[in-house]
Write a protein that binds this ligand. Structure first.
Ligand code: FE2
Length: 368
């Protein structure tokens, strides 16, 4: 009987760069949607489900390292692991499959030109959600927490930082916010853009307001468009946390919870917000809330200087009408369960039990 491996253990292995073959057996469409970077893909899902014993007979896989088989929920991958184990491989199946993997995370240090500030990017690898721990002189702020609060608590305690603020750039539609729980556990102040959407207590922040953090300053910059309350936070003169307004290779979609007219209106707001962001100094580090691809365990943060985005941003922002057309016409399908996730985030509720069913699936927040 082939063993199972928990998502947390596979996460630790990949984080430690331990040699392992990640063998994804899902069909082509599922694999194309999202996968673990560096995984080997063999489309044998249907043949395994049909009980064809020869499904993996021709697979040439390295023998000097464990193999972790992966499917959507961890059942068919178990059959794959059994077949490989019978052939003498050290094979195990990822318990819970890609659904369980949706909670896996890793972290990377962000390189800044102001060495007095530390920023750690915490990445939910499967979904591409990016969150941040920002610190100076022992005081820390967490921005857009999207993984288990233990991750932020452990990082802060390892670095001897005290979490003073938890900030959100906007009300999220792709993941359940962990901000409320983190605030309850730390006694930190919850800071949200001023809006009438949520039904819980928070400190509202408006354009130009500042939050002091160990001698550094986070300044709110209202950047509506992706949502009407979307706000970016500028750290001194060194970095800007852009939420889902500006990514390193695209911009946030303006159409969630909006009809066609509202989406066009939001697209115009987004145009103005991007124009404003673009005017920041060119060395300003752009730190978004999403990556468009699943994130590798490479310790490299997703970041770009504002000046590096100029190549495509200049073209996108050349004409407002063309921009509106571009960001309202080529939209990917809406993220799965986004309406339910928004409801829960507006209520400040984190449902009991396993959140992975609600949050599973690729992220589709960007227009590129
Ligand atoms: Fe978003």
């Amino acid at each position: 009987m082939a063993e199972q491996i928990q998502a947390e253990t596979l996460r630790d292995w990949l984080d430690a760069q331990r040699p392992v073959t990640v063998l994804d057996i899902r069909n082509d469409e599922d694999y194309a949607q999202w996968a673990i970077p560096g995984s080997v893909h063999l489309n044998v899902y249907e043949s395994l489900r049909a009980g064809q014993p020869g499904a993996l007979a021709d697979a040439h896989l390295p023998v000097d390292r464990p193999i972790v088989t992966i499917c959507n929920a961890g059942r068919v991958s178990q059959a794959a692991a059994e077949l490989l184990a019978d052939r003498g491989f050290d094979a195990r199946s990822l318990a819970g499959g890609m659904k369980a993997w949706s909670l896996a995370w890793n972290a990377a240090d962000v390189a800044l030109d102001d060495p007095s500030c530390r920023v750690i990017q915490v990445r939910r690898t499967g979904k591409g959600c990016l969150s941040y721990v920002v610190a100076r002189a022992g005081q820390a702020a967490v921005i857009d927490p999207s993984v288990s609060t233990d991750v932020y608590l452990n990082l802060a305690s390892r670095c001897e930082w005290s979490i003073r603020y938890v900030l959100e750039t906007h009300i999220h539609a792709d993941h359940l916010s962990r901000a409320g729980e983190l605030v309850r556990q730390t006694g930190a102040t919850l800071v949200l853009p001023a809006q009438q959407r949520v039904r819980f207590a928070f400190r509202a922040i408006a354009d130009g307001e500042r939050i002091p953090l160990g001698g550094a300053t986070l300044t709110a910059m209202s950047t509506p468009g992706h949502t009407s309350e979307s706000t970016s936070y500028v750290l001194n003169e060194t970095a800007v946390f852009t939420g889902d307004t500006l990514f390193t290779n695209g911009v946030g979609r303006p159409d969630l919870h909006a009809d066609q007219d509202a989406a066009r209106q939001r697209a115009r707001a987004l145009f103005a917000s991007l124009t404003r962001l673009r005017a920041l100094r060119s060395q300003m580090m752009v730190l978004p809330a999403h990556a468009s691809e699943p994130i590798a365990f490479d310790g490299r943060s997703v970041q770009a200087q504002m000046g590096d985005l100029e190549m495509w941003l200049a073209e996108w922002l050349a004409s407002e009408d063309a921009f509106v057309e571009r960001v309202t016409s080529k939209l990917p399908p809406t993220p799965p369960n986004f309406a339910r996730i928004v409801d829960l985030n507006e209520a400040g509720e984190f449902p009991a039990g396993d959140p992975t069913d609600l949050e599973a699936g690729a992220n589709r927040c960007a227009v590129r």
